[in-house]
Design a protein around this ligand. Sequence first.
Ligand code: IFM
Length: 405
Amino acid sequence: MIRFPENFYWGAATSSYQVEGGCANADWRAWEPKAGKQQSGAACRHYELYEQDFDLARGLNHNAHRLSIEWSRVEPREGEFSQKELQHYIDVVKALRSRGMEPMVTLHHFVNPVWFSESGTWGKPSCVKRFVRYCEAVVEALSPHVRFWFTINEPTVYFSHSFFWGLWPPQEKSFARMRAVHDNMNQAHIEAYRLIHQIYKNANLPKPSVGIAQHMQAVVACDRSFRNRLAAWLRDYWYNLEVLDYLARHKTLDFIGINYYQRHLVHVRRWDIGDLFQQVCQDNHHPLPKNSLGWGIYPEGLEQVLLSVKKYHLPVLISENGICTDDDNQRWEFIQSHLRHVHQAMEQGVNVIGYLYWSLLDNFEWTEGFTPRFGLIDVDFASQARRVRGSAEKFAGICRTGVLA
Ligand code: IFM
């Protein structure tokens, strides 16, 4: 039997664009038809149905919930802030509080307002000022109700997918642009971190906790050869640790959010950028069970990445961990096996303060559309009916007792 601490945060995560629906001023929305991708459309209609969804989460004994603010709603045109939308998000976080759930709020989760993308996006140095101005409006409005802030979700995934691999809008493929975005996002985090603390101080509010959600893969060399071990080290540094090192050096992390999904088995056949930083070895050695997108399920990897951030001596929140699958037994197995490794990392001294499953609801999985089913709650996208999955009921038992049998 495994017991987690009494004050542990248990819950699930979502992001605005993936669940809300109707994000008319978002750059992703403008890009989807041009790119011939499935369109996010009404998504889960969570913008209207959030109270019902939070009732379900509360019924599943969640005591925390991570959500994101849709920048393109709050600031649909440059410098014009919508009081109506700010009020909407105040209502959302109050709805969580009134149900006994700790709101954990992300300010940027992959999506930008169209005006921001059209005027240089994250590649232009003025983006820092623009992002910080948006943060100020949101944090001023929500600070009485929120203690946990994530400035940016998965910066490494965002700048590599959007500016280097050309997979996401604006589909650029330039190392120089990616570097500029990387630098600007780091700077944006640092300035937003300081601003958030200042706002709380000015308002005499208790100190907030500000961090980022970092996507971390368990990077494993597929054999003991020097070149594969070197490549694994490089990939681990670049994807997992480089941004954290920088922000920790600047003392702008109060906690680290970790989003963990899969193993990356590194096999460098050629010294090219794809083999080094992107490809996962497809040979049939070290086979693993897969999720429905073919990602290798590797629970011990969560312990590995947790131990790799121990050196920062900061609280760690599992801000996302989940599986897309049509087999709900596999989901329950996934949750239990990952939690065992979280606990093992805690026994080795990592200060893990909570676990948020990705995701509360089936939702819009970016270029993969609505097919992958990550949710604790099944969503029928035609009728918008919700159905709580068996795995969610079982997870609810752990959320209630803190005990995994
Ligand atoms: O759906 C995404 C989320 O937006 C960011 N983290 C990974 C999830 C699954 O791919």
